[in-house]
Ligand binder design. Sequence first.
Ligand SMILES: Nc1nc2c(c(=O)[nH]1)N[C@H]1C(S)=C(S)[C@@H](COP(=O)(O)OP(=O)(O)OC[C@H]3O[C@@H](n4cnc5c(N)ncnc54)[C@H](O)[C@@H]3O)O[C@H]1N2
Ligand code: MOO
Length: 640
Amino acid sequence: MKRTVYLDDLPWEAALEKYLSYLNDLGALNPGRPELVPAEEALGRVAAAPVYARISSPHYHASAMDGLAVRSYDTYGAFEISPKKLRVGREAFPVDTGDPLPEGCDAVIMIEDVHYVQPDLIEIIHAAPPWQHVRFVGEDIVATEMIIPANHLVRPVDIGALLAGGVDSLYVHPRPRVALMPTGTELVQPGTDLKPGDIIEYNSRMLGAMVESWGGKALRKEITADDFASLKATLASSVDEADIVLINAGSSSGSEDFTADAIRALGSVLVHGVATKPGKPVILGEIKGKPVIGVPGYPVSAYMGLDLFVKPVIFRKMGTVPPPLDTAEATVSRKMVSSVGVEEFVRVKLGQVGDKVVATPIARGAGVLMSLVRADGVIRIPRLSEGYNAGDTATVELFRTPREIRETTVIIGSHDNSLDVLANFLRLKYPEATLSSAHVGSLGGLTALRRGEAHCAGTHLLDEETGEYNINYVKRILPDRKVALVNLVYREQGLILARGNPKGIHELADLRRDDVSFVNRQRGAGTRILLDYLLGEKDIAADLIRGYDHEEYTHMAVAVAVKAGAADAGLGIRAAAIALDLDFVSIVEERYDLCIPLKYMDTPYIQRLLAVMALPEFQAEVKKLGGYDLRDCGKVMWRS
Ligand SMILES: Nc1nc2c(c(=O)[nH]1)N[C@H]1C(S)=C(S)[C@@H](COP(=O)(O)OP(=O)(O)OC[C@H]3O[C@@H](n4cnc5c(N)ncnc54)[C@H](O)[C@@H]3O)O[C@H]1N2
Ligand code: MOO
């Protein structure tokens, strides 16, 4: 019953439903033959059948307290005014918690409630009702009672209950064996010395870890070259040894993208291409009644592809469904445009600012794996929508708990490497806290404060008239807000140059040279304003600088452009030059402050930051980056 359907741009839900029902008809979603495993090794496995208790727990009447076991009727009539005496060894028997009750006893008196008149005689002032402080047979588990139902995911507590109920082993669904086939001639194993064009093969490790976290068993295959015959051979052997086969990548339409053809040669392709971004060129196929999925090569696409299509298959094969993610409603802090026709999955940072949860989108490229590392959640922009405007409300699927999001300090504004150090020490000192920083330039940060989307903003804006930092900008952008400017660092700004300074660039005036190309920062960035100020001061016309219009968004991006040879010079901080082993010519020292609305000053969001900024270890670590002076770190420079 082979059928080959080529579908492009199907909504992913429709593609998944179609695929699951096709696999279901083939019997490909049935769990395999159950395996008998020891109860103590069953964590994360799924029970193949209901499990019943073989014995009761406790299986004898047990004392629940340290004290004396008694017959309850012997204690009747004991009152404060007429205590009752019992003979130890005849009417009262010493027991410890967990001991079986002596024959004939049906109650226990706690040792604290007993008065020893003599070593063998006690006095009590309260009667003990039947079964007082006794754990009777089957109080916890009654023999034959069901401990867990079929298709139940075994948790630590279940292991305890199984063993207490006398169950030493149980039948579980086999873990689906998932073969992972990395393909691509450019791939090399981690740890290899890299040549240009080499790509470290990390996807199969990441995808394998996802498979294992869902309960599957990952079988990682050797890298296959982009060659149809070897791909087909490895695919055939993978199908024989696994329950599910994933081929990463070669899913799109490049000259060496053979994945779909290889699946077709051995079986059938049901879907090629879904209307999602990332993850578009996913291939859903089948060989010998087993699911075979072509996973796109870009890491974010690969991750999303697995989450959307492989996770449900693995869970279905284990008799369950994937646990749903929690969601929250969030205010979108920046416009997010999306094309109509595709459902886009935008990774976002989240933080609770005032009474709203604010979502700030992060880089969208399918190759930016760090966007997933940094993400607190994902917003899905529906297929028929053009996106969200700043201020709109959107539903976010959460990667972190609402509690963690409430513990996050949101800083939006200019980028500085010391913020990473701050984030690290914040976590060390306050394990529950997170610093979430979005880099939108100094002006962007102050504007975010105006819209109430951040707890503070990092800013270094030079006022060209006064030569003073930040104050006039704050007055202008936040005229009616009470804020404080608290210094974080002073830092050296200068020219970032290729190693060894091959072009002999020593000052700003050199940027006018014909043989020198420049990389600039985006408009609104403090560094851009600084550049324009310095050019004005020295009477250097911007249009004489080659590359003045070449804009990057961070100091590190400027340094990367220089490192890559895309530019000879850029203005940025010394730390960025040091990080990439580049040369640096110092030009000015500038002040980088945190602009903090006073209404947040006494909240943990800010107080924790200030406490960390005061730590000598924090300051020492920032100085190690190079080009920093922390003489005023934590000092209030100005208040409105
Ligand atoms: N002309 C078109 N080009 C592309 C299209 C398209 O529709 N038309 N789709 C784009 C989209 S969307 C995606 S996603 C990618 C998917 O490409 P492939 O699945 O064919 O993957 P490759 O091109 O082989 O690799 C992409 C990228 O990922 C790296 N990679 C691959 N495997 C690994 C691995 N195991 N570990 C780490 N990195 C890996 C690979 O080296 C490439 O850099 O296609 C677009 N192009
Ligand atoms: O799947 Mo691709 O990520 O849409 O770039």
